[in-house]
Design a protein around this ligand. Structure first.
Ligand code: 13P
Length: 333
């Protein structure tokens, strides 16, 4: 393992004013996104849409890396250049989603375990050759009065750590993503409690399995009220509770925390990140973004599946990228 290279990549992904674009929607998920704009999800359309985002002028000022799906890392731009090369020449680091999705956890109704460890060493070797320098694995946890259970928390922490160790062996920076879902009517207190337990369990497993924390990043949910909770916490409370929860659980050796947006509106996701970075207290890690929907909702709508709207799509993407870039410094107004 070349630790220096891992550390440098991890730090570059959370460089000042920059964050990550998650563009790693699986084929069924991108189809859902395209359905919402009445565009057909063909291989060419998916390529055109993602190429539009990746070639947005000035976006590399705010975007350090892009998480790709397996199809995209093998795809060429319309002009014939591999999309990975397109990103590299813009100074953007290519990454890859390697998990195979959250599947039903046997014996535990309504709970999921993320699969994809079998053959992962060989897949990492191939992805490294294709140009991936970082990776993502997402686990999900549902909140109810009884969930998540201890088994769900344990098996997902174990899998996240196995994945992270394999990534580092291949010279790839692992982003570990334990997502406590915002679906449901739970309170912010419940989200806070569950997030704390999930992160404690994750970092104890990463330590047990010898994952090099300086060469990794965390992609967590924010501490939020459930989507259907009658009482919605203010932006300031979300910021304060999220940072407190992270300080209790995430070692200072981790260089950066890049949030997922998880179904928040794009504006709220930006305001929450901004408020955290405005808090008047020290923090050992950088706080940035790795948004999917919160970066893509606006450009997807503006593009609407039509080549004629390419400039409008890029304008909308640049606006969101810039807003979030500013939010990493608490400078978004
Ligand atoms: P959202 O920001 O849309 O939650 O997507 C981030 C992501 O990569 C989820 O795995």
């Amino acid at each position: 393992m070349n630790e220096d290279k891992l550390h440098a990549t991890a730090r570059a992904l959370v460089a000042e004013g920059k964050g990550i674009l998650a563009a790693d929607e699986s084929t069924p998920t991108i189809k859902k996104r395209f359905d919402s704009i009445h565009a057909e999800s063909t291989e060419d359309n998916r390529r055109d849409y993602r190429e539009m985002l990746f070639t947005t002028p000035k976006a590399p000022q705010y975007i350090s890396g892009v998480i790709l799906f397996d199809e995209t890392i093998r795809q060429n731009a319309a002009g014939g250049t591999p999309l990975v090369k397109v990103l590299e020449s813009a100074g953007i680091i290519p990454g890859i989603k390697v998990d195979k999705g959250a599947k039903d956890l046997a014996g535990h109704p309504d709970e999921k375990v993320t699969e994809g460890l079998d053959g992962l060493r060989d897949r990492f070797a191939e992805y490294a050759k294709l140009g991936a320098r970082f990776a993502k694995w997402r686990a999900v946890y549902t909140i109810t009065d009884f969930l998540p259970g201890a088994a769900c928390i344990a098996v997902n922490a174990h899998a996240l750590a196995r994945y992270a160790a394999l990534a580092q062996e291949a010279g790839i920076v692992p982003i570990v993503e334990p997502e406590v879902l915002m679906d449901g009517d739970h309170t912010i207190d419940q989200c806070d409690e569950v997030t704390e337990v999930v992160l404690q369990s994750l970092y104890s497993e990463l330590s047990l399995q010898g994952v090099n924390l300086e060469g990794s990043l965390l992609k967590p949910n924010m501490v939020l009220s459930g989507k259907d909770c009658a009482e919605q916490a203010s932006v300031e409370e979300v910021a304060r509770r999220t940072v407190r929860c992270l300080k209790r659980t995430v070692p200072a050796a981790v260089p950066g925390i890049v949030f997922l947006s998880g179904g928040q509106s794009d504006e709220l996701a930006t305001r929450h990140l901004n408020a955290m970075n405005k808090l008047d207290e020290g923090r050992p890690w950088r706080l940035s973004f790795s948004y999917g929907r919160a970066l893509q909702a606006a450009p997807l709508k503006a593009w609407a599946g039509k080549a004629a709207n390419l400039k409008a799509g890029q304008k909308a993407f640049l606006e969101r990228a810039k807003a979030n870039g500013l939010a990493t410094a608490g400078a978004y107004a």
